[in-house]
Design a protein around this ligand. Structure first.
Ligand SMILES: C[S@@+](CC[C@H](N)C(=O)[O-])C[C@H]1O[C@@H](n2cnc3c(N)ncnc32)[C@H](O)[C@@H]1O
Length: 278
C-alpha cells in the first residue's frame, strides 16, 4: 500500500472522522483575514485532500460554493454522510487533477495533506484553476503536546513531558517512506514552501487548544493514525491499536492512577500555515 492510500480504508476513515480534532475559529480567522487583506472574493473554494471534511467544515460557511475532493472513496463516503452544508460537494478525485474550470477558484485549501501530493503536478493544477489573484493556503501541524490532568487537577511538567514524548515518539517513528513525510511536516513544510510557484508567499502560526480529552478520545486519535504500513521502528512490534493500549498502561504507571476514567488531556496543536497568491 502506498502512503498516498494509507487513509483509504473504511475503518481508518471512520476513526479519522470520529477522533481527529476539528479546527478552531482562530484557524479559520487566520485564513479569512488573509483572504480579506488580499481582497479575495468568496465564490468558490476547493479543499484538496479533504478527508472526512474537517478542513472543509471550517471554511465552508464563508463561501458561496465548495468543492471538496479526496483520493480515498472511504473518506469521501464519511464526509458525505456527515455533511451539514448544502453548498458543499464532496467528490473522489486527485490533487493533481482538480476537476474545476480554468481560472474559476478563489481559494485552494489543503489541510494536513500536502505531503502526500505530487507537488509539481499539484502546483500546475493550482495555477490553472485559480482566478488571477486567487490564493493557495496549506496548513499542517506536528504531533500535539499534552497536558495531563487527574480528576481535573493538572499534573506536573514532568508528567506532561512524559506523555507528549511518548506520543511524539510513536507518531514520529516509521518506515523510511513515512519518515520523509514526517520530516517535511517537522520542517513546517519547508520544501513545499520553497517550491510554490509564486513570489507572493508568507507564513502564519496559530495555536489551538483542545481541552479535556478522555483517555478513550486520545486512544481513538492514536488509532486514527493507523496504517497497514506504519509499524514503527521504536515500537517495531506494535501497530497503532496495540500502541494505544501501551500508551494507556504507561500513563497510568507514570501517574500512579488506577482508573483511566480519572485521566484527561488538554492537547495543544501548533498549526503552521503557508499562504500564497497567484
Ligand atoms: C491527514 S488527511 C487530512 C484530511 C483533512 N484535510 C484534515 O484537515 O483533517 C490527508 C488526506 O489526503 C488524502 N490524499 C492523499 N493523497 C491525495 C491525493 N493525491 N489527492 C487527493 N487526496 C489525497 C488522503 O486520502 C487523506 O484523506
Amino acid at each position: 500500500m502506498s502512503y498516498q492510500n494509507i487513509f483509504d480504508r473504511k475503518n481508518s476513515a471512520e476513526l479519522y472522522a470520529n477522533y481527529r480534532p476539528r479546527f478552531s475559529q482562530e484557524v479559520a480567522d487566520s485564513v479569512i483575514n488573509f483572504l480579506r487583506l488580499n481582497k479575495s472574493s468568496f465564490r468558490l473554494m476547493v479543499d484538496v485532500g479533504c478527508g472526512s471534511g474537517q478542513s472543509t467544515d471550517m471554511l465552508a460557511p464563508y463561501f458561496d460554493e465548495v468543492l471538496a475532493l479526496d483520493i480515498s472513496k472511504h473518506q469521501i463516503a464519511e464526509a458525505i454522510a456527515r455533511n451539514q452544508h448544502s453548498h458543499v460537494e464532496y467528490v473522489v478525485g486527485k490533487a493533481e487533477e482538480i476537476p474545476s474550470n480554468d481560472r474559476s477558484v478563489d481559494l485552494v485549501l489543503v489541510g494536513m495533506a500536502v505531503t502526500f501530493f505530487d507537488l509539481p503536478k499539484f502546483f500546475k493544477c493550482v495555477q490553472r484553476v485559480l482566478r488571477p489573484g486567487g490564493c493557495l493556503i496549506i496548513f499542517g501541524h506536528k504531533s500535539p503536546s499534552l497536558r495531563v490532568k487527574i480528576g481535573g487537577v493538572a499534573m506536573s511538567k514532568e508528567h506532561n513531558e512524559f506523555a507528549t514524548a511518548l506520543l511524539d515518539a510513536f507518531l514520529l517513528a516509521g518506515k523510511s517512506s513515512i519518515r520523509a513525510l514526517h520530516d517535511e511536516v517537522y520542517s513546517k513544510y519547508s520544501n513545499t514552501f520553497r517550491t510554490i510557484p509564486s513570489s507572493v508567499k508568507s507564513r502564519d502560526e496559530v495555536k489551538q487548544v483542545q481541552k479535556d480529552w478522555s483517555m478513550d478520545d486520545l486512544k481513538g486519535y492514536i488509532r486514527s493514525t493507523d496504517t497497514d504500513d506504519l509499524s514503527t521502528s521504536k515500537f517495531a512490534d506494535r501497530k497503532c491499536c496495540d500502541f494505544s493500549d501501551f500508551f494507556e498502561e504507561q500513563i497510568l504507571k507514570n501517574t500512579g492512577v488506577q482508573n483511566s476514567k480519572q485521566v484527561t488531556f488538554d492537547l495543544t496543536l501548533d498549526i503552521f500555515m503557508i499562504r500564497a497568491v497567484f
